[in-house]
Design a protein. Structure first.
Length: 182
């Protein structure tokens, strides 16, 4: 009887040794998306028109934005240096987030900067759902976005021309939100 138990135990140990390794929770935690910060976006009248989230996946950041009640058409989307959104003009947000002090726009010889993003399109019903990569490494970009005075996400009335410095000739600021760390 004892021999059967020993053989059975050895068989179990043998099978366990042949089983494929499974990922531990710490191995997968680095690749699971994590929300680093989010911003409630309001228009110049103070109405909530959307939500923006900065998502970290591994060593990359992405920006997810959901909008509703916005004027339709192509719009510029930027990060601005200061986490302040005083309506109606949102000038309190300062200029574009540009820690490397390069020119504005992807068509510039010395651009783009961290605050530059591709234009977004708001549908005729005022809705948009956007997901865009954030330039740089997660750690490098996050330290500028979540600094002492935070960062604002800004939507302009018109499209960015990707070259005019400092703001891409995108027109007035029509919606703004301040990122808060999660």
């Amino acid at each position: 009887m004892k021999v059967k138990n020993i053989i059975g135990a050895l068989g179990t140990i043998s099978l366990a040794a042949c089983a494929p390794e499974t990922e531990t929770q710490s191995d997968t935690a680095e690749t699971l998306p994590t929300t680093l910060a989010s911003a409630s976006i309001s228009d110049a009248a103070g109405a909530n028109v959307g939500l923006a989230s900065i998502i970290e996946t591994g060593n990359a950041l992405s920006l997810k934005v959901t909008l509703s009640g916005m004027p339709p058409g192509e719009k510029a989307l930027h990060f601005h240096t200061t986490g302040a959104c005083d309506a109606p003009d949102f000038k309190s947000a300062g200029g574009h987030l540009n820690p490397a002090e390069v020119s504005h726009g992807k068509l510039s010889d010395d651009g783009p900067h961290l605050g530059d993003f591709p234009n977004i399109t708001i549908a005729e019903d005022g809705l948009a759902e956007i997901s865009l990569p954030v330039a740089g490494t997660a750690q490098g970009a996050a330290k500028h976005i979540l600094d002492a005075d935070s960062t604002a996400i800004m939507i302009h009335a018109g499209p960015d021309d990707y070259k005019s410095d400092p703001a891409g000739a995108a027109g007035p600021r029509i919606a703004c939100g301040v990122f808060e760390a999660s």
